[in-house]
Write a protein that binds this ligand. Structure first.
Ligand code: HXC
Length: 514
């Protein structure tokens, strides 16, 4: 055969495999509003940057009629490419081929690209659209998942791992994403569960739809398993690309610096906090007022909204923001918001991203539900994560910093490098009303007019403690600052912390409260 003929033969073979499960299966996929695995990869990566590997891999299964089945690419596409120039390893499961189910060779393809990602120290994106372990391949499929989970864990904190859920994902197809850093879901397309509605019905007799059980909204709002929610695959891919711009390629580098931009905030930071301390405000307005171009990229926006986390830039440098949200539950820490904050703090610490904490919260949420749900161990995660983090850590107390909240939200005592407070800050063991009721109980009870006496004592307490100056007098707060100076002061704090080095005692690893 001439070379030309060899090339034509190669092209024909490729074309056939690239059709995945064939025209009918692709039509079914498209009818569900889903892109194909190949289209998804091409939509995420820079144009013409994708190089595929293992296209010709075939399964070796024989049981249950598998010896007669040809599964193109064994139901998964792997390769490398770039996103805005950043090198990326990527895989996409192809639901048109045996429901994207994971057999031995399918798993080997995924572990091959994971090994590349770890060796080359570049981010890994996994697009999951799979019915989980391929039933016909028995223990080989389970072995495949185990090898993926192992690599997810070893790569954790070394390279960014991003999971995209774009179909009905069951069993192992959701445990691997759960071990990764960021999970993206799309409304009406993503479903995640360990056991599907069928199993639930047969075991428990309960009826529930796939959407209600594990739809995108459920995971973005209720379980917290998803970090980003999108209305369409296109929007989801834009979110992934934007995330890539904020994070470094691996844990030995820093996120790419962008050209410095001024904030575009139209208002005045002094006008955000209401004069009545009982009134809420949106802390995201403060963040937007501080960061370059007002561009704040929020993570887990719909879950545990009493805390806000996400990335922004200060003069082109990526910063991780953690902020209490007075708009929701007065910004308290509870089980979910503690988990959300702690995990993000650990992410920033692993990937050399400085953390800015904005504090306004009355403490941990009281109540039987919270206590029984384990708020002690969940809340302790925040203490652990801040104490352990060695990246530059700066706190600005905007308003309330009461009790455990004062300590937990990156206080000086947990290792904050710089502590600033707005003049509106109130730093105390508890709010003035509660405190006056306890420490002046006797005077209030014995007074002729207890309400009047209570008001006097509350005022007395406020004047004494509900301000930043007691803490500033003790050096716990480095500086009381004007709101409009916040950006410049943060810029300076981050700039002078660039060479920060902290060495904790050598250990294999800590044992954080789970
Ligand atoms: C083999 C599978 C499969 C699987 C789907 N298919 N899941 N083949 N093993 N696990 C095949 C179907 O036979 C069908 O093949 C094609 O994929 C499309 O599936 P449908 O059922 O027609 O699609 P749909 O109605 O959209 O339902 C999708 C689904 C459902 C919800 C994912 O297929 C399903 O429930 N699958 C089983 C899920 C599951 O229990 N997986 C095992 C989890 S245990 P044809 O040839 O007809 O097109 C696990 C172990 C690891 O993963 C645990 C680690 C901790």
């Amino acid at each position: 055969m001439s070379l030309k003929k060899h090339i034509l033969d190669l092209r024909k073979r490729k074309e056939k495999i690239e059709m995945g499960g064939g025209e009918k299966a692709i039509e079914k996929q498209t009818a569900m509003g889903k892109m194909t695995a190949r289209e998804r990869i091409l939509a995420i990566l820079d144009q013409d940057s994708f190089t595929e590997y293992d296209l010709f891999v075939e399964h070796e299964a024989k049981d249950f009629g598998m010896d007669k089945k040809q599964l193109h690419g064994d139901g998964v596409i792997i390769g490398t490419g770039t996103v805005y120039g950043a090198p990326i390893c990527i895989f996409a499961q192809d639901f048109t081929v045996a429901g994207g189910s994971l057999g031995l060779m399918h798993a080997r393809k995924i572990t091959k690209i994971m090994d590349h990602a770890l060796k080359m120290r570049v981010p890994l994106i996994g697009i999951n659209d799979s019915g989980g372990a391929r039933i016909q391949e028995g223990v080989n499929s389970l072995a495949g998942y185990g090898e993926i989970f192992y690599r997810n864990t070893i790569a954790s904190g070394v390279i960014p791992q991003i999971s995209v859920i774009l179909g009905p994902c069951a069993g192992g197809a959701v445990y691997s994403p759960a071990l990764t850093d960021f999970v993206f879901v799309v409304d009406n397309i993503s479903k995640m569960f360990i056991t599907g509605p069928g199993v639930i019905k047969s075991v428990l007799g309960e009826e529930i739809s796939m959407e209600e059980l594990g739809g995108a909204r459920v995971h973005a709002e209720t379980t917290g398993n998803a970090h980003f929610f999108a209305e369409s695959e296109k929007e989801c891919f834009e979110q992934i690309k934007k995330l890539i711009t904020f994070i470094p390629w691996n844990n030995s580098t820093k996120a790419k610096e962008f050209p410095p931009k001024e904030p575009v905030f139209k208002g005045n930071l002094e006008d955000i906090i209401p004069s009545d301390p009982r009134n809420p405000y949106d802390v995201r307005d403060v963040i937007r007022g501080i960061v370059d171009e007002g561009d704040f990229f929020e993570i887990q926006e719909l879950f545990a909204a009493n805390i806000v986390i996400g990335f922004g830039r200060l003069k082109g440098q990526t910063i991780g923001f953690v902020a209490n949200q007075p708009l929701v539950l007065a910004g308290v820490l509870d089980c979910d918001s503690s988990d959300k904050a702690a995990r993000f703090i650990r992410y920033c610490d692993s990937f050399n991203i400085p953390i800015v904490t904005l504090e306004d919260m009355p403490g941990y949420l009281p109540g039987v539900d919270q206590e029984h749900a384990g708020v002690i161990r969940h809340g302790a995660k925040v203490l652990y994560a801040y104490s352990e983090a060695t990246v530059p850590k700066v706190t600005v107390i905007l308003r309330k910093a009461y009790g455990g909240g004062y300590i937990a939200m990156n206080s000086r005592h947990l290792g904050a490098d710089f502590m600033f407070a707005w003049p509106t800050a109130e730093i105390a063991v508890m709010g003035p009303e509660g405190a006056a009721n306890i420490i002046f109980k006797k005077e209030i009870e014995e007074a002729e007019d207890p309400n009047k006496m209570r008001a006097i004592k509350v005022k007395e307490y406020k004047e004494k403690f509900a301000n930043p100056y007691v803490a500033a007098a003790k050096g716990y707060i480095d500086s009381v600052i004007e709101p409009n100076d916040t950006r410049n002061i943060l810029l300076h704090a981050i700039e002078v912390s660039k060479g920060k080095e902290v060495h904790h005692p050598k250990k294999k690893h800590g044992i954080p409260p789970f």
